[in-house]
Design a protein. Structure first.
Lengths: 133, 285
């Protein structure tokens, strides 16, 4: 089976570098599946999980604020944060989720709704990925 | 001549001081190593980011406000300093640079604003009456990207909202453990992008270049701010280490001098005592 190298890099350092058979992720405008031999591509990623498949196993990463660069034999994901399920602080994510929900419920004009919504999505994404460990 | 007890006291207090500066030197040395590692861990991200942005900028004629120079009505300065002193000329260099740049380029206070990082910069701006748009105090020794992200996003947003038309960052660039240079870099608009490093491969863009630039360029600018911050932190620890080392050296010199004086005074006292005894004995004969 053909494979491609996947490297995930964040400002705090490289998170993962390994070979996989398939990468599926959610770009800003829809799901995207990358197999070896894909044409060069650049696409921004949504706050979502990236699934990396090899043999019958699957690794998941929670991605936030990133984009994907594809070359025929290599996929690079640059993200502001990328966490493996085992690295996610579930308690913290749950707290962040509650806080964001509270902000959105209150009708205070001073609250930056967009920011609260993004925070909610990040927290929900983390919890979602953490569940699969 | 000072009394024996006075000299002894000074020797004791100086050696206590030396213990402290020695400890601070070692703490800074280990922090500097950590900061250097952080800066290194960041390199792959920034290189890749640079490569992709450069290759997009090279292959397309898509434009973005961050790539275009517009008339400068207001300039933003980010000044990175430390929260505490005892770091030699580290803070003074930055603040002098900031002050000189502002004096040279701006006549009135409406023409610039400062984003002050570190207590030293905040206090300096307050004292001088510089307008401060944002200030951060209590930056950790090893800042994570998450910590600085909000500040970076808001600063880049100020440019997008046309509140500022130019963004310059002033920080100490880490050359080596004994040399740090105050540097001013223009962050926005992004100019003289090094397009030679971009790969020759033509990318497919999903959805299209303009939208990717809209996502990518703010992230790129944020990553530049973070990179400078890591650089500045490494410099800070290095500067503090050097300052503390010379303080320890000075303390050693001082202790040597004082010990010499102490021994001399002690010897003089003994000699005098003997003379007195001999004098007393010979008077009795």
């Amino acid at each position: 089976m053909k494979t491609l190298t996947v490297s995930v890099v964040t400002p705090d350092g490289p998170v993962l570098e390994d070979t996989y058979e398939m990468v599926s992720c959610k770009a800003e405008n829809g799901e995207l599946g990358i197999l070896p031999g894909h044409i060069p591509l650049v696409a921004p990623l949504a706050i979502s999980s990236v699934r990396l498949k090899r043999d019958s196993s699957e690794d998941k990463l929670a991605i936030n604020g990133g984009f994907l660069e594809v070359r025929p034999d290599k996929v690079t994901i640059l993200a502001q944060s990328a966490e493996k399920p085992s690295d996610i602080d579930v308690a913290r994510a749950e707290k962040a989720k509650d806080r964001a929900e509270q902000r959105l419920r209150s009708n205070d004009d001073h609250i930056d709704r967009l920011r609260a919504e993004l925070a909610l999505r990040r927290a929900a994404n983390r919890l979602d990925v953490a569940q699969t460990r | 001549m000072a009394s024996l007890r006075d000299i002894k006291k000074r020797i004791d207090s100086t050696s206590k001081m030396k213990k402290i500066t020695k400890a601070m030197e070692m703490v800074s040395a280990s922090k500097m190593n950590k900061a250097e590692q952080n800066a290194k861990a960041f390199v792959p991200y920034s290189e890749k980011m640079q490569e992709v942005v450069a290759s997009i900028a090279k292959h397309t004629d898509a434009t973005h406000p961050m790539l275009q120079t517009r008339e400068v009505k207001k300039t933003g300065y980010i000044a990175i300093t430390s929260d505490s002193g005892l770091a030699g000329a580290y803070n003074a260099n930055i603040l002098r640079h900031l002050n000189n740049t502002i004096q040279k380029n701006h006549g009135s206070r409406d023409e610039y604003t400062v984003i002050a990082i570190g207590r030293m910069a905040v206090d300096f701006c307050k004292k001088r009456g510089f307008p401060v748009a944002k200030s951060i105090i209590g930056l950790p020794d090893q800042p994570s990207f998450a910590f600085i992200k909000d500040m970076a996003t808001e600063t880049v947003q100020m440019y997008s909202d046309q509140e500022i038309d130019k963004l310059i960052i002033i920080y100490n660039h880490y050359v080596s453990a004994i040399s740090q240079v105050a540097t001013a870099n223009q962050l926005l608009p992004i100019e003289n992008m090094d397009t030679t490093t971009g790969t020759s491969s033509q990318y497919e863009y999903e959805p299209d270049e303009e939208e990717i630039l809209a996502v990518l360029l703010p992230q790129y600018a944020e990553s530049l701010i973070y990179g400078s911050l890591l650089d500045a932190k490494a410099s800070e620890h290095a500067a503090r280490m050097t300052a503390m080392r010379s303080a320890s050296d000075n303390a050693s010199d001082l202790i040597d001098d004082l010990s010499l004086t102490y021994n001399r005074a002690r010897q003089a006292a003994i000699t005098q005592e003997i003379t007195e005894i001999v004098g007393g004995a010979s008077a009795l004969e």
